[in-house]
Structures are given as structure tokens and as C-alpha cells.
Design a protein around this ligand. Structure first.
Ligand SMILES: Cc1cc2nc3c(=O)[nH]c(=O)nc-3n(C[C@H](O)[C@H](O)[C@H](O)COP(=O)(O)O)c2cc1C
Length: 477
């Protein structure tokens, strides 16, 4: 049994699991799958036109009748244009423009990020979502009053205790505690100092102590152990983003999906190398030869221009090996077109997994190998494959480290204000992407990226809940 039911009651859901809204990475399909599995499905709206928003909501309503829907909006203030700063930033990018043959002054056609305003509020009044969540604070009081009058429950992200108090004082029904591990944009709004951004383990209990409303834990939660930890720290629910990224219901650019798979494969490779270094005995009886071909991703055709080397990898799963290696293998092998695996329901909470069960859920033929691109060898493991960067939008966000981040950041004070910074990169991103190069695209992902699994979002949601309940049961016994 869940230790706290406040969020289920408040939001009208069966499971205390919220699928994080992920602008640019998903549409209604993901929200539908999670909602039908009993969690809260979320639709990111900041980059949608009113017509697209209507369509997405209609799609959700017909595929998930009677289920609660969360519409998510940004609450930033649109900055005044600053041509001098923009010109200076473009100057800094000039060598890249030349390299890719991009006209820096060509009009930008990509979707931008719009704040919640009257136009969005009119739509909310018509569409009547059960839940509205905000990032970067809250809209002004008159707009917030209109949202409340529609009957929608209101959530927003806090990245500090002060932000949580601020949100609760303005009538938020629940606060999302967003730890620094989280993928995507920091929801920070009372400060722009990233030194104030702390991890979920430190942030969550302090927010729980500071506000009376229920608190939703977010950031770095990748499996049932993270969910149990969040409840132990006082959370009433969890919100997961990165864990869902590889689900087939997301809408990732092929290069983005490939980069995630490479990051995970690099984790597996690093662990294998470590075992070799330590001269680990590979003759264990229950040997599992896992395969993964992270780059042979039929859907992506990624990396056509990068030199790949093949690293043959024999994952020897002894009962004392940490669970993380198995999960990584599962995620890496389960590229589209390859049978996905699911971590065993009864994986013990101490992080060990029975090797024979591991073999059954890995579900791969024994003689295959992992291909790991040289690109990732500078990232020793998936856990440190990400960084906070302001380069892509003008606000700090966590993503996989790529060329632009390595060469210009990851944080750079010269970047134009949010969301205008995106315009200077639009042409570069498009040209590079067309050439199979992910060096100029935002690859949002959190620090628990190695735990992402290529299973259906419904299956993942149900599995997370089942495993968390099993672990919680062991604690109370
Ligand atoms: C790809 C991606 C896009 C995101 N976009 C949004 C967004 O549009 N709105 C929002 O409130 N949060 C967004 N987030 C942040 C999530 O709400 C949440 O804080 C985060 O995913 C939790 O950490 P995790 O990724 O470690 O699970 C995004 C996160 C990711 C990974």
C-alpha cells in the first residue's frame, strides 16, 4: 500500500506516478499510455500552437476517456529584444555558421517557447484539464484565478525551499520538488544562480518540512528504489521524465534517441572495462552474454559520419553484480526493432539481481556484441554524461554533453536571454542534424539516464508501481 494517497485523491489518479511533461520530446501518445496505466499523463504545451493543443487534448480524451490530464505551461517573462547581445552571440558562433554553410540572418522557422497568457488561458477554459502544471513560477494572479475557477488543480516546480514556500503561499495545490539531477530546464524562478540548485535527496525533505501541501519528488528517479526513497523522504508522489524518454511513445529526433542509447552503452562499456582492469573471474557458472548494438538502431541511421568502433562485450552477470549493469544492458539492447526487456519484479532493494533471471529479461541472443561509438569515450559513464547548460535556450537545463557544450560552455554568460537564444542555433541545428551530427541540438536528459528503458510507457508505469509497492511492503514488515 502507498504510504500517502493525497496526490491520487487530489488529481484523480490510481498511482502516485506522474509522467513529466517533456516539451519537444513527446505528444499525446505518451500521456495516453501513462494515464491508461493509472498514472498522470502530461502534455507539454509551451511549444504548441492553439490548434495543435486542441488536437492533442482531443486525441487524449478519445484514447483515455475518464482519465485525468495535466497540461503544462511555461511562465517566463518574454524579454525585450537585445540586438547587440544577439549579434555578439552570433559572432561567437560564426565559425560554426561557416563550417555548416548557414546564413545566420536567415529567418527562423522552428517553434519557440511561449509563456502562459490570455490566449492559452482561453483554451484552458474551453478544454478543462483536470490538472495544470507550470514551470518557471506561476502566471500573474488574474490568470491564475481564471485557471482555478475552471476547477483545475495547480502544480508548479520548486528548485529551492524559498520557491516552494512562494508557490504554496500563492495557492498551489501541490509543489514539485525538482532536484538538480533532473533532465530538461531547471524550473528556477526566484534565482538564476545555479549554485543554489541542490539534489533531490537534500531538497525534498526540506520542502516537505517547509510547506503544508503535498510534495511531488522529481529529478533522478529512475526505478522503484528511487520511488521508495522519495516516499521515505516525505514525498506524496513522483514525477519522472528521463525514465520515459526511450519509451516508444515519445517523439525523439532519431539522433537524440541514438545519443541516449550511446550514453547508456558507454556505461555498460565502462563497467566491462573496469571488470577487465580488476581481472574479474569471467568463468562464473551463470554467465550471461548480453548483446547490444546501440548504434545499429534501424530507426535512426545515426552516426553515419562518425567513426565507430566495435567493442565486443561479455556481460558476466554474477549474483553479486550491481543491478545497474543489468538495467543498462536492458536499455541498450532494447533499441527499436530489438526485443525489449524489463527488470525483474522481485529485484531486491539492495541492488542485486539473480543472473538467471537477468538472462531471461535481457532476452537477447548470446553471440552478439555491443557497438559503442568513439564519440562517447570521453564520457566515462552515463551518470556523468550530462551537464547543466544555458546554450540552447538561455536558461539552465540538463542534457547530454555534446560538441557545442564542450566548446562553448556548458554555461556561457554571453548567451541571449530565454527563450531567444534558441534562434541563433536553429539553422545550425538543422544543417548539422541533416548531416547526422547531434553537436548542436539540445539532448535533454537527467543524471539517471542509464536507467531509461525501451519498454512501453504503460508497462514501465505499471512495473514501477508494482516494484515500488513490493519494496515498500518489505520495509513495513
Ligand atoms: C526531455 C525533457 C523535456 C522536459 N520538458 C519539460 C517541460 O516542457 N515542462 C516541464 O515542466 N518540465 C520539463 N522537463 C523537466 C521535468 O518536468 C522533470 O523535472 C524532470 O524530467 C525530472 O527529472 P528526471 O528527468 O531525472 O526524471 C523536461 C525534462 C526532460 C528530460
Amino acid at each position: 500500500m502507498w504510504p500517502d494517497h493525497r496526490i491520487q485523491k487530489l488529481l484523480g489518479i490510481e498511482l502516485p506516478i506522474i509522467q513529466a511533461p517533456m516539451a519537444g520530446a513527446q505528444r499525446a501518445e505518451l500521456a495516453i499510455a501513462v494515464a491508461n496505466a493509472g498514472g498522470l499523463g502530461s502534455l507539454p504545451c509551451a511549444m504548441l500552437s492553439p490548434e495543435q493543443l486542441r488536437e492533442q487534448v482531443a486525441q487524449f480524451r478519445s484514447a483515455a476517456p475518464g482519465r485525468s490530464l495535466n497540461l503544462n505551461f511555461f511562465c517566463h517573462r518574454t524579454p525585450l529584444p537585445d540586438p547587440a547581445r544577439e549579434a555578439q552571440w552570433k559572432q561567437r558562433l560564426a565559425a560554426y555558421y561557416r563550417e555548416f554553410g548557414v546564413d545566420p540572418d536567415a529567418p527562423v522557422t522552428s517553434a519557440s517557447r511561449a509563456p502562459f497568457d490570455n490566449r492559452f488561458c482561453d483554451l484552458v477554459e474551453q478544454l478543462r484539464p483536470e490538472v495544470l502544471s507550470f514551470h518557471f513560477g506561476l502566471p500573474d494572479a488574474p490568470l491564475l484565478d481564471r485557471v482555478r475557477a475552471c476547477g483545475a488543480k495547480i502544480l508548479s516546480s520548486a528548485t529551492t525551499v524559498a520557491e516552494a514556500r512562494w508557490l504554496a503561499a500563492r495557492g498551489c495545490d501541490a509543489v514539485i520538488a525538482q532536484g538538480a539531477e533532473a533532465g530538461g530546464h531547471r524550473g528556477m524562478f526566484l534565482t538564476d544562480d545555479i549554485a543554489t540548485q541542490i539534489g533531490t535527496f537534500a531538497l525534498l525533505p526540506q520542502i516537505v518540512d517547509a510547506v503544508r501541501v503535498p510534495v511531488i519528488a522529481s529529478g533522478g528517479i529512475g526505478d522503484a528504489r528511487g520511488i521508495v526513497a522519495a516516499f521515505a523522504l516525505g514525498a506524496s508522489a513522483v514525477q519522472l521524465g528521463t525514465a520515459y524518454l526511450l519509451c516508444p511513445e515519445t517523439r525523439l529526433a532519431p539522433l537524440y534517441r541514438a545519443a541516449l542509447l550511446r550514453a547508456i552503452a558507454a556505461d555498460v562499456e565502462a563497467e566491462a572495462e573496469l571488470k577487465v582492469d580488476l581481472n574479474v573471474d569471467f568463468k562464473a557458472e551463470s554467465k550471461v552474454k548480453a548483446n547490444a548494438n546501440a548504434n545499429a538502431n534501424a530507426e535512426t541511421n545515426a552516426d553515419t559520419n562518425s567513426e565507430s568502433r566495435t567493442a565486443s562485450f561479455n556481460a558476466t552477470n554474477e549474483s553479486t553484480q550491481p543491478a545497474s549493469s543489468h538495467r543498462s544492458v536492458v536499455a541498450a539492447v532494447a533499441a527499436p526493432g530489438v526485443a525489449p526487456g524489463v527488470a525483474p519484479v522481485d529485484a531486491p532493494i539492495d541492488g542485486t539481481i539473480d543472473p538467471l533471471r537477468a538472462a531471461s529479461f535481457i532476452n537477447v541472443s548470446p553471440e552478439q556484441s555491443i557497438e559503442v561509438s568513439d564519440q562517447m569515450s570521453s564520457n566515462p559513464s552515463a551518470a556523468d554524461a550530462t551537464a547543466l547548460t544555458n546554450l540552447f535556450s538561455g536558461r539552465p537545463a540538463r542534457g547530454l554533453i555534446n560538441r557545442l557544450m564542450r566548446e562553448q560552455g556548458p554555461m556561457n554568460p554571453a548567451v541571449p536571454a530565454f527563450p531567444q537564444a534558441a534562434a541563433a542555433l536553429a539553422g545550425l541545428r538543422a544543417k548539422a542534424e541533416a548531416a547526422g551530427d547531434d553537436g548542436f541540438m539540445s539532448l535533454w536528459a537527467g543524471q539517471a539516464v542509464a536507467m531509461a528503458r525501451s519498454v512501453s510507457a504503460a508497462e514501465l508505469t505499471r512495473q514501477l508501481a508494482t516494484d515500488a509497492l513490493a519494496h515498500l511492503g518489505r520495509f513495513v514488515r
